[in-house]
Design a protein around this ligand. Structure first.
Ligand SMILES: [Zn+2]
Length: 304
């Protein structure tokens, strides 16, 4: 599968900046890790697509972004995290959530996510991370992202996201467009951008129909920016990437405290299993195993 990438553009008059992403590989990887049912695949794929674009706007190498959706729908909680270059990882609480389709045959992501809040946390190296939150508008994610920027950051934003799922539950295509008005944006350009947003209703089909050898990002850009002059200023490769490690997992185990860790080991032994603590990463499924010896060493209890 082709690696995903973000293309960043600016309108020639400086009215808006535009991010476009073809994220099929990212969505497919998330679906394989979390074994999601079709509606959950679309929900998680859309969220990762948006968070990759927003993450690519972070300024410093150590910056990180986390967007979580806490809705009352059957999908439960969704989380997506991005590094400063738009590489993402994500999690969905109930990957099997798959409510009935809408009357128009589309996957009902809004019903899977439900109503509740979206929380955006930017960790930019300061003591306190910046946190913003907004009520979910529809749970369809694109509208919720746009509402977040409008309400919490006062940035007029258009967002379109799409994940196309095949008959066998596979990912056929995924992508997104994020348009943000810059200060002193021209009103006519803003109105045209809003008009053009209608071109993006089926953007996952636009990507799926893109002929081999043609850049789907430029196709989406041409639709989003129809009738407006613009310049492409860069392209960023992005991927589904987890940064978990044994060291980081060990810190989490250590935070349990020796008494709690020992009682987990004792429970394992009592159940006839080897005395060890196994911790799975919720973003990539990788398992880290800590034996009784590891735990004793971790807490400095080893007698030697
Ligand atoms: Zn991981």
């Amino acid at each position: 599968m082709k690696p995903s990438k973000i293309t960043r553009m600016i309108t020639r008059d400086g009215s808006a900046r535009v991010h476009v992403i073809e994220s099929t590989a990212i969505a497919a990887r998330a679906m394989a890790i979390h074994r999601t049912a079709p509606t959950s695949s679309a929900a998680l794929g859309r969220l990762l697509t948006a968070v990759s674009m927003i993450g690519s706007m972070l300024g410093e190498k150590t910056d990180a972004l986390t967007v979580s959706l806490a809705g009352d729908g059957p999908a439960g909680k969704l989380i997506a995290c991005s590094d400063w270059m738009g590489n993402v990882r994500g999690y969905i609480e109930n990957p099997q959530a798959d409510p009935p389709r809408k009357q128009n045959g589309k996957l009902d992501v809004g019903a899977a996510v439900g109503r509740g809040t979206m929380r955006v946390l930017r960790d930019c190296g300061g003591k306190e991370p910046e946190i913003g939150s907004v009520e979910l508008v529809s749970g369809e994610i694109a509208e919720d992202i746009a509402a977040y920027f409008a309400q919490s950051e006062q940035i007029p934003t258009l967002c379109a996201l799409g994940v196309l799922i095949g008959k066998n539950g596979e990912c056929l295509s995924a992508g997104g467009v994020l348009v943000q008005l810059l200060p002193f944006a021209d009103e006519a350009v803003a109105a045209r951008l809003e008009e053009n947003a209608k071109n993006l209703r089926d953007l996952s089909r636009v990507i799926a129909a893109c002929p081999e050898g043609e850049d789907p990002n430029l196709r989406l850009a041409a639709l989003a920016l129809e009738g407006i002059e613009y310049d492409v200023f860069d392209e960023i490769p992005v991927a589904y990437r987890c940064d978990c490690s044994r060291e980081r997992t060990a810190r989490a185990v250590r935070s349990l405290g020796f008494a709690e860790a020992s009682s987990v080991l004792a429970e394992e032994e009592a159940a006839g299993r080897p005395a060890r603590i196994e911790v799975g990463c919720r973003f990539c499924g990788k398992k880290y195993c800590f034996t009784k010896q590891d735990i004793e060493k971790m807490f400095g209890k080893k007698k030697d």
